[in-house]
Design a protein around this ligand. Structure first.
Ligand SMILES: Cc1cc2nc3c(=O)[nH]c(=O)nc-3n(C[C@H](O)[C@H](O)[C@H](O)COP(=O)(O)OP(=O)(O)OC[C@H]3O[C@@H](n4cnc5c(N)ncnc54)[C@H](O)[C@@H]3O)c2cc1C
Length: 476
């Protein structure tokens, strides 16, 4: 092999230069490096990104392209079948190596195998980690099987040597002399046009590595100290809001891990740091599950749930999606999601429980809606969390734990600030009734248009428990 021929760096869900093992290896090869992102919309086993994710991807690619240009390179954008594009680039540039970050979702894993088969004769494919703290192969139980329960999984993670230090981003880019043509990002039409519903997303987020860095710094300086106490409060800004940045690989979990650990040492905020790292642990756990159980986004991990007597209720689903169920904490969450592409974790659990238990709708309906509307829609975290909420996952909340939306609201949004922020119809409702506005009378009543509850929670709870009981009883 000639080391003057370029190396292709194929970007996927790893849209950063910092702590990027595949990039570091490509640079170490001494070759000129051709960075490329491929929008592959061919039908296949993978799921195309949802609308909010496409919005994020557009901005994240723009940010990555600018970042690469700052250090002297040029990001090439191409649309089409990945193997066809990579072959074209190999032929056009004489590249002999293709570097990339490994993925864990079944469609992406099949693509890696396909590339090996189709391109192995013309280029060497070099695959690296970088999206996780610990690779799934490094974390199996003594019997060689994957963990299915979070606590022992996380204990095992914490017994491993610490993840390696993050690799600094390059100061310069060894660009190729004559880069091939690139598509224009705008031509990909990743952004919504008519109607343009993404205004709120633009106000809430700064996609890209710089946005990720700011989110991390702000969190460590202002919030990690109180993370343990505040992380369950949707009325406060208590969490890191790093999820879309991690989902798109704009920041590496190793960078986040070491920055949080350094904070524990320098600022002595051990409790908050431990609680925060544990959440990163849930992300790891979800990815390990997805890797071991490729059907995670579609099929319940506990097979008996395949026979669960779910209901069909198109109107209920629509009212849930629109934030018109009559339960303020549920409606506020669904409206926050629509407006900003994100929802607080506690509220995700409450709206999830409401969909699968109060409305008895299949969890997959919720997973799909989140997939389309979340900017952090993540094949592992979304699927594993929905299975957790529905009680059919690996280490799931038991199905009989049905969240009471009124009590959840009163506990985690005590003054009603969160629900009033997203539901203007509740502005007149006094604090003691803000999570049960149906009890308000006279001028305390919610504004016109806010509905009465679409289902009575105590009745829905009994119905859910009866449906769950039917799973356990053998058919007559
Ligand atoms: C029904 C449901 C669906 C969800 N769908 C997604 C999804 O598509 N994408 C996604 O990233 N998270 C998902 N989550 C997990 C969680 O709600 C978000 O990761 C979290 O709200 C992101 O906010 P943050 O970055 O401020 O979190 P922080 O509290 O600051 O946590 C730091 C990081 O840890 C990870 N994390 C935190 N909680 C969890 C969790 N329960 N499971 C897995 N990883 C976690 C995230 O990467 C997060 O950015 C879902 C949870 C539920 C209940």
């Amino acid at each position: 092999m000639s080391d003057t021929s370029p190396a292709i760096l194929w970007f996927r869900n790893d849209l950063r230069l910092d702590d990027h093992p595949a990039l570091a290896a490509a640079l170490k090869s001494g070759r000129p490096v051709l960075p490329v992102f491929i929008l592959d919309e061919q039908p296949g086993p993978g799921r195309p990104p949802g609308a909010a994710s496409r919005w994020w991807l557009h901005h994240s690619l723009a940010s990555l392209a600018a970042h690469i240009a700052d250090v002297g390179g040029q990001l090439i954008l191409r649309r089409g079948a990945t193997h066809t594009i990579l072959r074209q680039l190999v032929e056009q540039t004489g590249a002999e190596e293709i570097y990339f970050t490994r993925a864990y979702e079944s469609g992406d894993k099949s693509l890696e195998l396909e590339l090996q088969q189709r391109l192995g004769d013309v280029a060497t494919l070099r695959r690296y980690g970088g999206q996780l703290l610990f690779e799934p192969e490094a974390l199996l139980k003594k019997d060689g099987k994957p963990y299915r329960v979070f606590t022992p999984f996380w204990r095992a993670c914490c017994r491993l040597p610490e993840p390696p230090n993050a690799i600094p981003e390059p100061a310069s880019w060894p660009a190729i002399a004559e880069p091939p043509a690139s598509d224009a990002l705008a031509d990909w039409q990743l952004l919504p046009t008519r109607p343009d519903w993404a205004g709120g997303l633009g106000e809430a987020w700064q996609p890209g590595a710089r946005g990720a860095e700011i989110a991390l710094e702000t969190f460590l300086q202002q919030r990690i100290r109180k993370y343990k106490a505040d992380r369950d409060r949707p009325d406060l800004t208590g969490t890191s809001r790093l999820s879309p940045h991690l989902r798109w690989g704009e920041i590496s979990p190793r960078r986040v891990w070491h920055a949080a650990q350094a904070c524990a040492v320098s600022a002595g905020v051990t409790g908050g740091v431990e609680a925060f790292l544990r959440q990163l642990g849930w992300r790891e756990f979800s990815y390990h599950l997805l890797h071991q159980f490729p059907q995670l986004p579609d099929k319940p991990l506990r097979p008996e749930f395949s026979d669960f007597p779910w209901q069909e209720n198109a109107e209920g689903l629509q009212r849930w999606q629109q934030g018109l169920t009559g339960y303020p904490i549920v409606d506020a969450g669904m409206r926050e999601l629509w407006a900003t592409g994100w929802m607080h974790n506690r509220v995700r659990m409450v709206v999830g429980s409401f969909l699968v238990k109060d409305l008895l709708l299949p969890w997959q309906h919720g997973e799909r809606w989140f997939w389309d509307t979340l900017v952090d829609a993540d094949p592992a975290n979304n699927a594993a969390s929905w299975q957790w909420v529905a009680g059919c996952g690996a280490d799931a909340a038991p199905f009989f734990r049905v969240f009471n939306p009124t009590l959840q609201g009163q506990k985690f949004d005590p003054q009603g600030d969160y629900v009033r922020r997203w539901i203007p119809e509740l502005h007149n409702v006094p604090d003691p009734l803000v999570h049960k506005p149906w009890e308000a009378t006279g001028s305390d009543r919610p504004g016109a248009g806010y509905p009465a509850p679409i289902v009575e929670h105590p009745w829905a709870r009994r119905r859910a428990l009866a449906a769950f009981q039917s799973l356990k009883e053998p058919a007559a």
